[in-house]
Design a protein around this ligand. Sequence first.
Ligand SMILES: [Zn+2]
Length: 210
Amino acid sequence: MRFYPVKTLLITKSIFNKWIWSFKTKSKEVYLTFDDGPIPEITPWVLNQLDLHNAKATFFCIGDNIRKHPDVFHQLIEKGHRVGNHTFNHLKGWKTKKEVYLQNTSKAEAYLKNQNQPKLFRPPYGSITHQQSKHLRMLGYKIIMWDVLSADFDQSLTAKQCTNNVLKNVKKGSIIVFHDSKKAFPRLKETLPKVLEELHKKGFQFKVIP
Ligand SMILES: [Zn+2]
């Protein structure tokens, strides 16, 4: 039983219209995003896959993982990918007091800063309260959601199902979610190469979130 929509509904997008769900464009371009890294066993593999297709992506990093694996984090920057904030401890917004949530986000920001990039934030689990979101936006963050979920985190799915989740729902300007985590890797290792190959064949380019 699945409890999450693989494709974000139009109604969701219009109610939560302060958040970014996808980009309007006539060009064949998509925005790949990877949450929960950087992880030494997984993230460098993702970078190699992206290189094969000259693809750029956005990585929503957990602050504590940057602290533990600064070398892997620097590879993201060196290769011209974009990094965003995913809190320091992967907190669930709805279950966390606003002050704690903001403090945790700013703790993560200390590890992301000086990269001269736009301030991007993705709430872990897509869970964030109105007040938390309002404050982060006041601090200059863009809240980046998605319109296509690979659901690679779901251990009950096959890699083929995750691949289909993406290929059947992707459009021009889509923001697609993957995870560079050990949990997702059994599916990611097949899904990512296939998605890159298929979209590349169709003429799509892979860009960082502006
Ligand atoms: Zn996450």
